[in-house]
Design a protein around this ligand. Structure first.
Ligand SMILES: [Zn+2]
Length: 437
């Protein structure tokens, strides 16, 4: 239990650590890593040591590539050139990756290796859901080829192409960008407006918008509730609406944290719940009706809705490989064997996907696991909403009130579903448990 001034000091430290992580200057008079040393007793007393340790990330940072595929390039040759750089760097980092994973696996002991460094770890049940996810590896080549054909592109299964196509660049409206796609500002305004209508985003929560070209969209809590950073790529592709909605869903979760709860409780985000909630909001935004209301033509809305469903299947196919490779780690002895195993699994996708790039995705395995567990959570939530409010639940204010109540409570993925199901009635309680696919 922290005194109010100590809690304030720790909250300010976490805020500065988040700002620095986002590449922004800190607000405090001394650098956050110094401040963290100074406040170590208070941090420990507040139960926030794992979070601060994770944010400092000084002990053993994951290997990352500085190069990345330039997805702003509509010219296939330019993409290929940036891809070669990216792949070359990934190849050079494989030994480093292997050593990093090995150290983590040794340090974790009996716990899953990726659960070390999760910040404030979720409850045992959610941890189990993360550990238990599995997804069939499917052949993704026919879908990549179909997208490529619409784009008038021959090599749809080459990595520099399918990653570009995953943004919806093959859709007809992507070519007529200025005419058919709403601008980022327009999308942002409309999606925020929707959240406000459902009372999911209090105006008291401030959001600083960062525009970063060719970078994934991302939202970082700085103070919960109170302050978030939203980082967005500058260019709009057809898939933007879904990514934007995803991040705004996380933003709503930050903004609805109960201000009177203890700091550790406000900062504990159950990854299954957080990702599942964001995936639920993605599901809602991609219906043709919803896309039309955002300013797309009826034809474009139908095309994009279909594409976004396909994109989910494609992304899940990628994560299926990640999880399968992770499951095989215990049988591998060298970086060479890691690459060989990745190549073996990748062959089943039918995509020209570099084994070194899939191997590097292991550093983010918690995210892939959280998405896969999140899909099961989303489907359970959809089941509950439909059962309580009917198939048209997304037009029912009572359904949004139930979602808001569930989101505004802290707690685990299961607690969220129990609240959503209408806590109390035995019938609802029976439906509130769920199983992973
Ligand atoms: Zn997310």
């Amino acid at each position: 239990m922290l005194t109010p001034p100590a809690e304030q000091a720790v909250a300010a430290l976490i805020a500065d650590l988040q700002r620095v992580r986002a590449g922004l200057p800190h607000h405090g008079s001394r650098p956050p890593h110094e401040q963290a040393r100074h406040l170590s007793d208070e941090v420990a007393a507040g139960g926030l040591a794992p979070l601060v340790h994770d944010l400092l990330d000084a002990s053993d940072p994951a290997p990352v590539t500085t190069a990345r595929l330039d997805l702003t390039q509509s010219d296939s040759r330019a993409r290929l050139a940036s891809y070669e750089l990216w792949r070359g760097e990934a190849r050079e980092r494989i030994t480093e990756l292997w050593e990093w994973v090995t150290r983590r696996r040794q340090a974790a002991g009996a716990a899953p290796w990726w659960s070390v460094g999760m910040g404030l770890p979720p409850v045992a049940e959610s941890l189990r859901r993360l550990a238990d996810v599995s997804e069939p590896i499917t052949c993704l080549a026919p879908l990549a080829r179909r997208w490529a054909a619409t784009a008038g592109l021959a090599g749809g299964t080459a990595e520099h192409d399918w990653r570009w196509l995953m943004l919806g660049n093959g859709l007809p409206q992507a070519r007529a960008e200025a005419r058919d796609l709403p601008t980022l500002d327009h999308l942002l305004r409309r999606l925020v407006q929707r959240l406000r209508v459902h009372d999911l985003l209090p105006t008291s929560h401030t959001v600083r918008l960062l525009r970063r070209p060719n970078s994934p969209s991302m939202v970082l809590p700085v103070q919960v509730p109170g302050d978030s950073l939203l980082s967005l790529p500058t260019e709009v592709s057809p898939a933007t609406v879904q990514y934007l909605q995803h991040e705004l869903a996380h933003l709503a979760e930050h903004a609805l944290r109960p201000p009177d709860a203890q700091l550790a409780e406000r900062w504990r985000f159950d990854p299954v719940r957080s990702e599942g909630w964001a995936l639920l909001m993605e599901y809602v935004v991609r219906s043709p009706d919803s896309l039309r209301q955002l300013g797309l033509t009826p034809r474009a809305a139908v095309d994009l809705s279909r594409f976004l469903h396909q994109e989910e299947a494609f992304s899940r196919g990628m994560m299926a490989v990640d999880v399968a490779l992770d499951a095989r780690l215990g049988t591998l002895r060298t970086p060479r064997e890691l690459l060989a195993e990745a190549a073996r699994l990748l062959a089943r996708t039918g995509l020209g996907w570099a084994p070194e790039l899939v191997a590097l995705r292991l550093t983010r395995i918690v995210h892939w696991r959280a998405y896969l567990a999140g899909y099961a959570f989303r489907d359970a939530a959809l089941g509950l909403l439909t059962r309580r409010f009917g198939a048209g639940w997304s037009a029912d204010a009572r359904a949004w009130l139930a979602l808001r109540t569930a989101l505004a409570a802290t707690g685990s993925a299961s607690d969220f579903l129990a609240t959503l199901g209408g806590r109390g009635s035995p019938e609802d309680r029976a439906h509130s448990s769920y199983t992973s696919p």
